[in-house]
Design a binder for this molecule. Sequence first.
Ligand code: PGA
Length: 239
Amino acid sequence: MQIIVSKNYIELCNKVANFIVDEIKELSAPLLCFAGGDTPTGVYKNLVKLDQSGRGVFNQANFVGLDEWVGLNDEDSGSCRFTLNRDLYRPLNIKESKIHFFEGKGNDYSKQCEQLNNFIENNGPINLALLGIGVNGHIGFNEPGSSLESVARLVSLDEITQNVGQKYFETEQKLTQGITLGLKQILETGVIILIASGLKKKPIIKELLTNKSFNPSVPVSSLWKHSNCHLFVDEEAFS
Ligand code: PGA
C-alpha cells in the first residue's frame, strides 16, 4: 500500500483527481467504481474541472455503483446515487446506459445483485475504484466481519454505519440494510484509491497502518492484500 499524505483536504482532492486521470487516460473503455459519501465530493469537483479542460478521459468509461442504502434511490437527497448523479455523472454528461447501479427501492435485491455480479464477471474486473473509509473500517457496505470471498449482496448494516449515515440526510432515516459490491470484487480491481480526511478518521487510519495485515473486523485492512492500492490521507487523518 502506497501512502500519500497531503497537507489538507484541498491538496488531497487535487492529488487524487490528477492521479485518477493519469491512471485511466491510456485505457480505451475503463470500468470505474466511485464511492458516494462526503470525502470524495472534492475529488469529483476536480475531476469535472479536468474533464472540462479537454481531457475527455471519461468519454468511453462505464461505471458501476459501489453501494446504496436499502429503501433509497436517486430521488432521495443523500442517497449514494443522488450524490454521484449530482457531483459526477450529470456534470460529466454520463449516459444512463453507462451506469450500472443498485436500485435501493427495488424489491428483488438478490436479482439485482446477480445482475451486477454477472455484469462485472463479463465486463470486469473493475479497472479503478475510489473508496472512502468508514469510521468502523468499512469499505462500501462491507461491514466488519465481511468475507474476502463476498460479491454483491444485501447486507445488514453495522450500528455505527446506521448512526453515522444519518449525516447525509435532512430527516432521520431507517438505515438498517444496504446493497454493496463485495470484497472479492474490490480486491480484483486493478487500481484502488483509498481516501480519508479529518480527525474523525484518525483512529481507523491508525488501526489500518499499525497492523499491516488483514483483520476481518476492519474490512479496509483487506487492502493489504492488494498489490496496487494507494492511500491518500490528509495530515489530520494521518497518525
Ligand atoms: P464519508 O464516508 O466519506 O462520508 O466519511 C466514508 C464511508 O463511510 O465509506
